[in-house]
Design a protein. Structure first.
Length: 197
């Protein structure tokens, strides 16, 4: 299984929501962040995988450092439930890593099979891909940014939306429309991770 080494940073006290945390890059990033002191809210619809990653984090960083929350990012209520669980458990949110994604492929092809040309993809699977990769990213970002924005003038936390090639500033997000944010998400469509810090 993949491991992720982070630079020499101290993330003690930082709270991170990681979508798609049940396996792959989400798991590796979660373990790496936990090693640096972060507390993790592990989000995915795959509860067994989340619980396994939470146990790995407990072995690395101790009990109470990870919370597994069943989350479907294409459902606003589920996104809100994840955020509520994070704040209820840890009192604050500092980082959102929008790692969850749906790959375009036929249902009978394993993930390791790679990508099909777009014209060969089942339209239903393509729609599901857009729902998770674009709409889901927007839903989680929208849900979490409202909490961060609400506490900004009290605690002034640092947060940025990380895109494929640059950081998006707070003023760009404030001035941006849902369409602009959706375009940003679409530009990051094939990237495994987009972060709100």
């Amino acid at each position: 299984m993949a491991e992720m080494e982070l630079p020499d940073i101290d993330l003690e006290g930082r709270v991170v929501i990681m979508t798609g945390a049940d396996r792959g890059l989400g798991r590796a990033m979660s373990l790496g962040l936990a090693k640096k002191g972060a507390r993790l809210v592990l989000a995915s619809p795959v509860v067994d995988g989340l619980n396994a990653v939470a146990q790995e984090i407990a072995a690395i960083a101790g009990r109470g450092r990870a919370l597994a929350v069943e989350t479907g990012i294409t459902d606003l209520k589920s996104c809100a439930n994840c955020l509520r669980a994070a704040v209820d458990t840890f009192g604050v949110l500092h980082v959102l890593v929008n790692n969850a994604r749906r790959l375009r492929r036929d249902a009978d092809k394993p993930e390791a099979a790679g990508h099909l040309p777009f014209w060969a993809v089942d339209p239903v699977l393509y729609r599901e891909t857009v729902e998770v990769n674009v709409t889901g990213t927007y839903f989680m970002s929208r849900t979490d940014i409202s909490t961060v924005a609400a506490i900004e003038y009290i605690r002034r936390p640092l947060w940025l939306l990380i895109e494929s090639d640059r950081l998006v500033t707070k003023s760009e997000i404030r001035l941006g429309s849902a369409v602009k944010l959706s375009r940003r998400c679409a530009r990051s469509f094939w990237l495994p991770s987009r972060c709100l810090i």
